[in-house]
Write a protein that binds this ligand. Structure first.
Ligand code: SF4
Length: 455
């Protein structure tokens, strides 16, 4: 638990005198970089740099800022303006935006909401300003995020010689099951413009899709296919959302993500042109590689984008159903009730129904017997027993399933849903919000959906 704090403390203790700077990074540091809600202690915590015995925090995916930082440290140059870094300072930065201080957030939930809005709106590599937040007698300084990585940079990163194995130290201790799903999994892109309110991807990887070239992905799969112990299955080809590969809004790439609207919610923005042709082409190339038996798509798929693509959506869906799933396709509507979906920042159930019909029709046409599995969330802020009963009714009557994949909402640091959970307010309307906080009652919400019908 709290790996960043534990490791940085140990490094500080055992490498006294030899170590110059400790740099923390990765998802834990990234999501805890300003004042944040911590579910374990049910409290707001300080920006993590105040608790970890570290000097610098690199947020986001971080390759380029780490390279620049390493060079600057090696050459004895000033590193304090490198993008994608946070550090502590006795002084604020005049040209940066001020967030409500940590102590203001502690006593006033509206100040915490204000801090989060400003933080969220300053994550875009093109438009973001630097930020600072006072905590005790110092300031957390957050430089603007790293630039959008070009296809060339993405290809370079993924052409490095990753070992695809556990560290020899752990290998001696036995099998690491967690490796099974990632050993032969291939990343096609980063980022997500779905912006579901419970998800931290937009904060960590950004709203802008950064994709690899088809050639780079094909080369990686060829390399895997030649490894001696490879059995022929690629467990996933995708990213945060599989079918966003290569699809980005031109306006966003030039001017940055819109601060006042979302790309897919409440309806897909007309500036986002969705065409799955490129993805179908890629999958067809991957299938032909010698030694490949099956390429799975295990990453989530936005079915609303498939429906929106009049030209190639059907072709893509058919390709997936025919060759890239095995028995079942997992989709994540998360809920079916409009009020809760609105709080989650997700589209309504009409789209779900249409997709379901198309999925079963294509399976029927192909003579396949495959099923949809639905991922759902119980006890999201705003959700009451009645909403789960309505979900259950919809699932039984319309979807004709008894959902099993239901998870209880867990507040992750730095998401809008977590902000709702802590403040018990809708941060977009400032209205009070019911939030189920009792563990037994959260479980009850889940049980309403998962319990089998009595005979
Ligand atoms: S114009 Fe539309 S698709 Fe482009 S960034 Fe803005 S909301 Fe997203």
């Amino acid at each position: 638990d709290r790996a960043v704090l534990v490791y940085s403390n140990m490094i500080r203790r055992f490498f006294k005198g030899t170590m110059k700077k400790i740099v923390i990074s990765g998802i834990e540091s990234s999501l805890r970089r300003i004042t944040h809600y911590d579910y374990w202690t049910n409290k707001l915590r300080k920006p993590i740099l105040f608790d970890a015995k570290a000097d610098i925090l690199s947020y986001g995916m971080g390759e380029m800022s780490m390279l620049e930082l390493a060079n600057a440290l090696k050459n004895g140059e000033d590193w304090k303006n490198i993008k994608g870094l946070c550090y502590l300072s006795k002084e604020m930065k005049e040209d940066y935006l001020s967030l409500p201080s940590h102590s203001e957030c502690l006593v006033d939930k509206d100040k915490f909401i204000e801090a989060f809005h400003t933080f969220y709106l300053n994550c875009d590599p093109i438009t973001a300003k630097g930020l600072y937040q006072k905590c005790d007698d110092r300031y957390l300084i957050q430089n603007p995020p790293s630039e959008i990585y070009s296809e060339e940079i993405m290809d370079k990163i993924y052409s490095m010689e990753f070992a695809r194995d556990v560290h020899p130290y752990y290998k001696k201790m036995g099998t690491v099951r967690a490796l099974d799903t990632i050993k032969y999994s291939v990343t096609t892109h980063r980022g997500c413009y779905g912006e579901c309110n419970f998800c931290a991807i937009a904060i960590h990887q950004g709203r802008t899709i950064m994709s690899r070239s088809q050639k780079s992905i094909v080369d990686e799969v060829k390399n895997i296919a030649e490894t001696p112990k490879f059995h022929g299955n690629i467990s996933d080809v995708g990213g945060p959302t599989a079918n966003m590969y290569g699809l980005e809004c031109k306006k966003k790439l030039k001017l940055g993500a819109c601060p006042d609207r979302r790309c897919l919610y409440p309806k897909k923005c007309p500036h986002l042109q969705v065409n799955h042709n490129n993805q179908v082409e890629l999958l067809k190339k991957l299938k032909k590689i010698p030694n490949i038996k099956k390429i799975f798509i295990a990453s989530g798929i936005r079915y609303d984008m498939i429906l929106d693509d009049n030209k190639c959506g059907q072709m893509y869906l058919k390709e997936i159903i025919k060759d890239h799933i095995s028995g079942q396709m997992k989709i994540a509507p998360e809920h079916t009730e409009d009020k809760i979906l609105g709080l989650m920042g997700k589209d309504g159930k009409s789209c779900l129904n249409e997709f379901k019909n198309q999925f079963y029709k294509i399976n029927n046409d192909l003579g396949k017997k495959q099923f949809l599995t639905y991922y759902l969330i119980a006890a999201h802020p705003g959700c009451k027993d009645k909403d789960m009963m309505d979900l259950k009714r919809y699932a039984s009557q319309e979807l004709r399933v008894n959902p099993e994949q239901v998870q209880i909402f867990t507040p992750t640091p730095s998401t809008y849903s977590t902000l709702m959970y802590y403040t018990e307010k809708d941060p977009f309307t400032n209205q009070k919000l019911f939030v189920e906080k009792d563990n037994g009652k959260k479980q009850k919400q889940k049980d309403i959906v998962t319990e089998k019908r009595k005979k």
